[in-house]
Write a protein that binds this ligand. Structure first.
Ligand code: BGC
Length: 284
């Protein structure tokens, strides 16, 4: 049995558990520590180190981050503190914990876990996972292989920034009922369907617990749609799977990386000109 510690950094909690990466099962009860106010790197690293101590873990660690992670460097901060932008976060956490830490985007982790052990288990072809919460995260997986950092929550459709318009936070902020939100989600998903032709959409994030409210209201042309099956554990399991796949591989020298300008949804301004028109008519 190969057990790896998976840790998921979320907006309200940082949670972890040791995972058997062959089965996707947690081998101990997960432990959650509230995310420190402001979620600054220096504070988050202390919490991650505390989780490692809690499990008396000494092997590799997989860790999620809610932004772009390229070669271990955090390059965007749409819904977290700007201090994350451009730092070698894998090294920061490796130094803080004394363990080899492997970092990936939160939705990518959830997608890896769902595609292998959750709603996508046994599905051939292309799986597109979307997490609807404060933001919208995305993971594109073909035959088990992840294309990292797709960031499809930051797609612009006509004059709508997808994440600001169709996330769960947008549903709450705009006081939408489930029918109204589902119209927005359908328009967004139909556009993604046109672009990626996924065999299966997996819908995760906070709304996956309330699937009975929206499942029958979302309409697609060709793809299948399922709510996420692993719920709160997907990030932990996917992080551990990712670390498991990286262990023993040589980390290539870090290329020079430029931070990505992705503003928080609330301050997002629309690009000068957009041309995408598909699928938005009629949605509130
Ligand atoms: C970030 C993504 C993240 C998603 C969910 C978005 O704002 O840009 O990287 O996966 O939120 O946390």
């Amino acid at each position: 049995m190969s057990v790896i510690l998976g840790i998921d950094i979320g907006g309200s909690g940082i949670k972890g558990a040791p995972v058997d990466v062959q089965t996707g099962k947690l081998v101990a009860e997960r432990h959650r520590i509230p995310t420190p106010e402001g979620a600054k790197p220096a504070d988050v690293k202390k919490v991650v180190a505390e989780l490692v101590r809690h499990f008396q873990h000494s092997g590799p660690v997989g860790l999620t981050f809610p932004g772009i992670v390229q070669h271990g460097v955090t390059l965007s901060a749409a819904n977290v503190d700007n201090d994350w932008i451009g730092i070698e976060a894998d090294q920061l956490f490796t130094d803080a914990t004394g363990c080899d830490v492997f970092l990936l985007n939160d939705a990518d982790a959830a997608g890896l876990a769902e595609a292998r052990f959750g709603a996508g288990a046994g599905v051939r072809g292309t799986v597109l996972m979307l997490t609807f919460g404060t933001g919208i995260g995305s993971a594109l997986i073909h035959e088990g292989v992840l294309v990292p950092n797709t960031e499809l929550g930051h797609l612009w459709l006509r004059d709508k920034h997808a994440e600001s318009w169709a996330s769960d936070r947008a549903r709450e902020n705009d006081d939408l009922n489930w029918k109204q939100w589902s119209r927005r989600a359908s328009a967004y998903l139909q556009h993604l369907e046109l672009l990626f032709s996924p065999d299966l959409f997996i819908i995760g994030g906070g709304i996956s617990k309330k699937a009975d409210r929206w499942r029958d209201l979302i309409t697609l042309e060709r793809s299948q749609l399922l709510p996420a099956a692993l719920l709160n554990d997907a990030g932990i399991v996917g992080a551990a799977m990712y670390a498991g796949a990286q262990v023993g591989t040589v980390r290539p020298p870090r290329p020079a990386l430029k931070p990505q300008r992705v503003e928080a949804s609330a301050t997002m301004s629309k690009p000068a000109k957009t041309t995408a028109k598909a699928g938005l008519t009629g949605a509130k």
